[in-house]
Design a protein around this ligand. Sequence first.
Ligand code: PSU
Ligand code: MN
Length: 312
Amino acid sequence: MAEALNVGSEVRDALTSGIPVVALESTIFSALGLPEPANRQCFRRVQAAVRASGAVPALCGVLDGKAIVGANFAQAERLFDGSVKVGARDLGPAVAGGLAIGVTTVSATVTLAAAAGIEVFATGGIGGVHRGADRSGDVSADLEAMARHRVVVVSSGVKAFLDVAATFERLETLGVAVLGWRTDRFPAFYVRDGGPELSSVVRDGHQVAAALRASKDLGHPGGILVANPIPPDAELDAAAVAEAVSDAEAAARLDGVSGGDITPVVLAALAEVTGGAVVPANIALAESNAVVAAEIAGALTQYGADEPGAAP
Ligand code: PSU
Ligand code: MN
C-alpha cells in the first residue's frame, strides 16, 4: 500500500502526534457533487469548520496514479476540477492505470481513511439503496464499505432521492451501527425529520468514541454511521423537496442515465429545479457534519492511539 497511498505531511504528523484528523471525500467538492462555484465554497467552509474545532482535515482523492489522503492546496484545487468518480472498487485500477484526477466517493474515502489510520470521516449524505433497486440492483458501494471498515461516518442521512427505509434496513443487515446525533429520528438530508426511528441516540463525541472502541474490542469489523440532522435554520420544506426530487428524477431519466452517473445527474437537476435552494442547505449540513466529526475525532484521541480497552 505504501507506494499507492500518499498521506500528506500535515496529516501524517497529526496522526503520529495524536492530533485529531477528519477525512473528507472529494466528490461533493467537485462539480459532480455541487455546481461551481458552490463546490469550492463548500470545501472552504468544511475545512475551516474542521480546523476551528481543533482537527486537521484530510481531503482524499486520486492524483497522477496515487491515492491522496490529505491533499495540499494545489492538489485540492486539481481535485475540485475532477470529473471521474472513483468508488472503492475503482481505487486499485485508478492507481495502477495512473489516473490523472479522480474524485473519491464515500466508499473509496472510507477505504482510504482506514488505510491511513483515520477513524472519522465527514460528508454530506451517503449513497444507499436507490428507489426501484429491486429491479435495477442499484445499491451504493458506500454501504458495503462502511460495513468493511471500522470508520465513523458523519452524515445527514442519505441522499434525498434514495429509498431511505430500504437503505436503513440494509445498514442493519450489513452490521453498520446507526447513532442519532441528539436525535431519535434518521434525518432526511435537506429535512431534519421524517426517517425511521433510531434505537441509539448520542449526545457528544465521547459516546461515539466509546462505541467505536467497544466495537473494536469485541472484534466487530463494521463502522458507525452518525446521523446528524441539517441545522434548523438551513432546513428545507419537506413537500417542496419531495416535488423537486421527482422533477429532477424525471429530468434525469429523460437523459437515459444509469449506474454511477445517476447521482451526479440527479444532484445537478435538483439544484436546477429548486433554483439553487438545495445548495446552501447542502453546504450548511456538510459544515455541521464537519464540526461533529471533529468533536468525535477529538474524543477518540483522548482514548489513546487506538489501544484496545484504553480508558479516556
Ligand atoms: N450525496 C450528495 N452529494 C454527493 C454524493 C452523495 O448529496 O455528491 C456522492 C458521494 O460521494 C457518495 C456518492 O459517496 O455520491 C454515491 O454515489 P453512488 O450512488 O453512485 O454510489
Ligand atoms: Mn449507485
